[in-house]
Design a protein around this ligand. Structure first.
Ligand SMILES: C[S@@+](CC[C@H](N)C(=O)[O-])C[C@H]1O[C@@H](n2cnc3c(N)ncnc32)[C@H](O)[C@@H]1O
Length: 312
């Protein structure tokens, strides 16, 4: 049975074009048809997007153009006029009490393994003091205590998240080592060259201005200090990528809708992950900011990546 795909696309600014693919005629082996189905689905999506883009840009004298590309900057609440920073703070304040539980469920607990790898990288540098930015409820800051650093500072913009973290730190008797500080990654309340190590786990994609946040991190990192990022990424293998997209676009927002206090939060978290630069793209940004020795290691089929960098 041949696979036939009908794709609606645009051949110029006005006309619609129907393209018919017959996979048998194209001599695609059966084993590759699945991938073709996926690629064609992507093509259909892009075509529909392109069609609406052309339609609106010609109707509204290209006012639509900047809007479409700005849409890459994902905010939690689509109807809100507030800055991304305010929206992100509000969202994390709302979900702070459920964050740890839901996080373990949606990551199947694999994040525990990833965080351990971050700690191992940092520990190799024997840091005396560490800054964990976007620390949230403090999981990474708590894990970092194993490095024997004398001082660990967890910084976050959401007081709700910090409050949950403070309680966890108290329960573990780590309050002499770890302090939780409210602050903005884009305007860090520290002197230049303060920390031996800086970490950010699942935080950088929430920054309103990524480059500003990274430049601040470079400023407060000591020369030869280590900077480690753990962040979601998109698998490059098409089969894993398909599974990842299905999970992040369908299952993750549904879990969020059913179990979260904030119905859109988990939709935002998956949308922001899908457009955030990863792998070499993020390496290039780090290098452009001025970090040296920039490396990345994809984790678990590429669904997350650990980046490490230093300061000359
Ligand atoms: C997905 S949570 C990650 C929390 C924690 N690092 C973890 O691994 O579970 C993202 C955190 O980034 C924080 N955040 C977002 N923008 C920030 C900013 N500009 N400055 C500091 N923290 C920020 C949020 O408040 C939130 O706690």
């Amino acid at each position: 049975m041949p696979l036939v795909f009908i794709v609606v696309t645009t051949d110029n600014l006005k006309n619609l074009l129907i393209v018919i693919f017959n996979s048998e005629k194209l001599k695609i082996p059966v084993s590759e048809r699945r991938r073709e189905v996926y690629n064609v689905c992507l093509f259909v999506r892009q075509s529909i997007f392109f069609h609406f883009f052309i339609k609106h840009s010609s109707e509204k004298n290209h006012v639509f153009l900047p809007k479409i590309f700005m849409a890459e900057k994902i905010n939690p609440y689509k109807d809100s006029d507030q800055s991304k920073k305010i929206q992100v703070t509000k969202m994390f304040d709302t979900i702070s009490k459920e964050y740890d539980g839901l996080n373990r469920v949606i990551s199947f607990g694999i994040d525990v393994k990833w965080r351990k790898k971050v700690v191992d990288l940092v520990a190799k540098n024997n840091p005396e003091n560490i800054l964990d930015i976007a620390t949230g409820t403090g999981d990474l800051a708590i894990n970092l205590a194993i490095t024997n650093a004398k001082e660990i500072v967890g910084l976050d913009i959401s007081d709700g998240m910090l409050e949950v973290g403070r309680q966890k730190i108290k329960d573990k008797n780590l309050d002499n080592t770890i302090s939780m500080v409210i602050g903005d990654s884009e305007d860090l309340p520290f002197e230049d060259n303060t920390f031996d190590a800086i970490t950010v786990s699942f935080g950088v994609r929430n920054f309103e201005n990524l480059e500003k946040g990274l430049a601040e991190i470079l400023r407060v990192l000591k020369p030869e200090g280590i900077f480690v990022i753990l962040e979601t990424s998109v698998p490059t293998n098409p089969i894993y990528k398909f599974g990842y997209k299905a999970y992040s676009k369908l299952i993750l927002p549904t879990i969020g809708k059913l179990f979260s206090k904030d119905r859109v939060a988990y939709k935002y978290l998956s949308e922001s992950a899908s457009v955030f630069p990863y792998g070499k793209a993020l390496n290039n940004i780090l290098t452009k900011i001025g970090f040296t020795n920039v490396k990345h290691q994809p984790q678990t089929m590429g669904v997350a990546t650990i980046y490490s960098a230093s300061k000359a």
